[in-house]
Every structure is written in structure tokens, then in C-alpha cells.
Design a protein around this ligand. Structure first.
Ligand SMILES: [Fe+2]
Ligand SMILES: [Fe+2]
Length: 190
């Protein structure tokens, strides 16, 4: 796993545990967006030989989306609108133009989102175990899958251009550290 340069802020977990319905709606959208991100990567010629792998990720994310929708239904939480994540927007707005650079930056941003999700799902699985065992189990079940997505995206980027990926990853880890420190009052995953 990545060596993050900044810890998840201490107020994140209590904020999330304090409003699980909002977090589950946000999580549903996160899985939906993860599926569309995987499909959108398929337009880059650099990834034409990885379309099958990207489809596999998109299918898995859609399955996660369906499971979260099921949890919302079971818990009587109506599906609601998506809330903008300042952390994700902060990463995505730095994606450069030009197909090769755009492709590398998008892969790295997707890897960071998957990596942070993996880390946060682990924390949630532990924290929820005594309060909400079913939800804890669900988050624990996602850790491996999101960890694999993180690794797959990074491998894809390194395969296109190893030196440039390392250079950009170094830059993006600093940006992640800066963005994650910015206060976000919303109960959401990122
Ligand atoms: Fe997912
Ligand atoms: Fe994922």
C-alpha cells in the first residue's frame, strides 16, 4: 500500500459514524462514479489493450453500487443526490490535457481514490464491528477489491511510463496531503 504523507483527520471517523445514512448515500454514488471512471479510461489509446480489465473493474464497482443500494433499501434510506467531494474535485481538477498525460493523471487519481477508500473501509470495518456488525462485515468485504483496483491502476500507469508515473505520483501524494487537511463538514467518505 502507499505511504501516505498525511493521516486521515481525527474528526473524520466520528463525523461519519454520526451520520451513516448520509455516508451510505455518498458511498453509493462513489461506487457509481468508480464504475464510470473505469469505463471513461477506455477511450485512451494507451489503454486499448486493457479494456477487458477496465470492464472487469467497472462490473465490480457496479456490483458494489448494487449492494449499497440494497443496504439503503433494507434500512429505509431513500437514495439521494450526490454531494461534491472537495478532496476528489481537488485531485481531478489537476489532470493535465493531452491524451497520454491525461491518461496517466487519471490513472493515478483513480489509484489514490481507491487507495484512500481501501484505507477508510478498513477503519470503518473495525469501528462498526461493535455497533453495526452487518455494515462492518460489508466494509471488510470491500477492502480487498478496492486494494486490487488501487494496484491495477498504478500498474497500468507504470506500464505506460514508469518515470513519469513516479514523478506524478510524488506530486499527487503531496497534493493528497494538502487536500486531506482541508476541513470538510459533510459526513462523507472523501
Ligand atoms: Fe468499489
Ligand atoms: Fe474500486
Amino acid at each position: 500500500m502507499l505511504l501516505w504523507r498525511e493521516k486521515i483527520p481525527a474528526d473524520w471517523l466520528p463525523k461519519v459514524l454520526g451520520n451513516l445514512p448520509a455516508v451510505l448515500i455518498d458511498h453509493a454514488h462513489l461506487e457509481r462514479k468508480a464504475a464510470t471512471s473505469a469505463i471513461n479510461l477506455e477511450k485512451h489509446p494507451e489503454l486499448f489493450d486493457r479494456v477487458g480489465d477496465l470492464n472487469a473493474i467497472a462490473i465490480e464497482e457496479l456490483q458494489h453500487f448494487q449492494i449499497v443500494l440494497g443496504l439503503l433499501r433494507e434500512r429505509g434510506i431513500p437514495f439521494g443526490p450526490s454531494v461534491r467531494s472537495p478532496w476528489i474535485s481537488g485531485l481531478m481538477r489537476t489532470v493535465r490535457n493531452g491524451t497520454r498525460q491525461q491518461c496517466l493523471d487519471r490513472l493515478i487519481c483513480c489509484a489514490l481514490i481507491e487507495g484512500r477508500s481501501c484505507e477508510k473501509f478498513q477503519i470503518l470495518a473495525q469501528a462498526l464491528a461493535p455497533i453495526d456488525p452487518a455494515l462492518a462485515q460489508f466494509y471488510a468485504s470491500l477492502v480487498e477489491s478496492e486494494g486490487n483496483h488501487y494496484a491495477t491502476y498504478l500498474i497500468m500507469a507504470r506500464h505506460i511510463d514508469l518515470a513519469e508515473t513516479e514523478r506524478r505520483l510524488d506530486w499527487y501524494l503531496d497534493l493528497d496531503a494538502q487536500l486531506i487537511r482541508e476541513p470538510n463538514p459533510e459526513a462523507m467518505l472523501h
